[in-house]
Design a protein around this ligand. Structure first.
Ligand SMILES: Nc1ncnc2c1ncn2[C@@H]1O[C@H](COP(=O)(O)OP(=O)(O)OP(=O)(O)O)[C@@H](O)[C@H]1O
Length: 425
């Protein structure tokens, strides 16, 4: 079959109750389309509308699940397409039901709803489980908060950040959860291990603000929080998980796929934290280093340019170097003997270092901080958004940036990120 024939390939699948159709769109430039012909079906907790055609682009790894049976039409070139009868969806649904009981009790007693931490190694479906639980919660009329601590492959804002989002409607199958007014903190690196002192500090600050937000809205308070984490679970990564459990005052931990991690958490956390082991889905697809890096680039591109269905038109403008202050967080460590009296080596990891703009920051992402004064609150302030350095003219002492918003920037305090973006538009 030629690729042209495959493109027009239409398949029909009749799914029994409790089964799912899994497929991937691997090749660049390819698309696949799913239509629900009859019955009921959902993708990671988002219900499909009968007769509507859903489009999936290259890189998509999808499972269309049905509780009661359905008929689906799949069009286009897909890879590894099969129907799976073994899925952990009943277990995921039971987790949702248990969280729902806690929400009902919280509502009755005007207490906080369940704060749930989802943990596990890489590629076990943590983000997918969070999405399913959030979708089920909003479909029941809840308004939970979603916190994403996965700095590399997170679903809020761009890579290198962590954040929180109020979930008011199910994730759209094209765009994910609506990104209206997310609370975003800049960390600036791909993994928490690069500067775990800074990461803990930023995550603890996010935890404080999330607690305040819960108290300010009755509905959200009872709905609780679902927290996604990254797959770094050994050594320092494990310490981070314990830190998150404490700082977010977690009630429930869902451990995906790893019994060892489950047992360690049971051993190290107080008994009032309910720790539940859950299997991963056989459908979760492992991603290579390359595809993770592509996914990060794609997220940054979408931040500026949107998606094919919802394009955005960013602005490019010049800033005078004298009008902005650029900082980096973390200085290279010094040996103890060189440190000023009373200073610890870790202090360098959270040191605010002013940057004199130079060619090295070309293509880098800069976070626009809400900090008023760099000295005190730069580390703990959330960010308004991001720009990308597209040119530096040392002669004219100017900096050109790509920005989602027109001039002027909401603040002149900018934080340098490790991430770069090549603007090829
Ligand atoms: N049941 C399923 N069938 C097919 N694909 C799936 C299924 N569940 C998840 N996936 C896909 O597998 C990939 C990995 O899942 P996910 O991102 O949830 O894992 P993760 O554990 O959060 O990964 P990370 O290591 O980045 O934290 C995603 O592309 C997702 O769409």
């Amino acid at each position: 079959m030629t690729s042209e024939d495959k493109k027009e390939h239409i398949q029909e699948f009749k799914l029994d109750p409790d089964s799912e159709l899994r497929f991937e769109v691997e090749s660049k430039g390819e698309k696949a389309y799913v239509t629900l012909k009859s019955g009921l079906a959902e993708i990671f907790g988002t219900e499909l509308v009968k007769g509507k055609q859903y489009e999936f682009l290259a890189g998509a790894k999808v499972a269309v699940f049905t509780w009661k049976g359905c008929c689906l039409e799949l069009k286009g070139k897909t890879d590894v397409t099969y129907v799976a009868k073994e899925t952990p969806m009943v277990i995921y649904c039971n987790c949702h039901a248990a969280l729902e009981l806690m929400r009902i009790e919280a509502e009755r007693e005007n207490k906080k709803g369940p704060i749930t931490l989802v943990v596990g190694p890489c590629d076990v479906g943590k983000s997918t489980l969070c999405q399913i639980l959030l979708n089920y919660a909003v479909r029941m009329g809840r308004r939970p908060l979603f916190v994403d601590l996965d700095v590399g492959q997170g679903q809020i804002s761009i890579p290198g950040t962590i954040g929180a989002l109020l979930i008011e409607r199910p994730a759209s199958l094209d765009e994910g959860f609506s990104q209206e007014a997310p609370l975003v903190y800049q960390y600036g690196h791909k993994t928490p291990s690069t500067n775990s002192t800074l990461f803990s500090m930023v995550a603890n600050q996010l935890a404080c603000v999330v607690k305040e937000r819960l108290e300010s809205n009755k509905k959200t308070k009872a709905s609780g929080v679902i927290i996604n984490t990254c797959g770094w679970i050994k050594g320092g990564g494990y310490k981070q998980l314990i830190n998150h459990a404490k700082s977010f005052e977690v009630d429930v931990i869902l451990v995906l796929d790893q019994e060892r991690l489950y047992n360690e958490l049971v051993r190290d956390l107080p008994s009032f934290v309910k720790i539940v082991f859950i299997p991963k889905s056989g459908g979760v697809v492992e991603r290579s280093k390359n595809s993770r890096s592509e996914a990060r680039d794609q997220r940054i591109r979408e931040y500026f340019y949107g998606t094919p269905k919802n394009p955005l038109y960013p602005h490019t403008f010049e800033l005078k170097l004298s009008d902005v202050k650029i900082f980096k967080i973390g200085a290279p460590p010094l040996p103890d003997s060189c440190l000023p009296l009373g200073m610890k080596a870790e202090d360098h990891l959270t040191k605010i270092v002013p940057i004199t703009p130079n060619a090295a920051i070309l293509h880098h992402i800069l976070a626009v901080s809400y900090a008023k004064k760099e000295e005190d609150d730069l580390l703990l302030s959330h960010v308004a958004g991001f720009v990308c350095v597209t040119n530096i003219d040392m002669e004219r002492q100017t900096l050109s940036v790509l920005s989602p918003q027109p001039k002027p920037l909401p603040n002149n305090i900018l934080l340098l990120s490790e991430f770069q973006f090549m603007d090829s538009h």
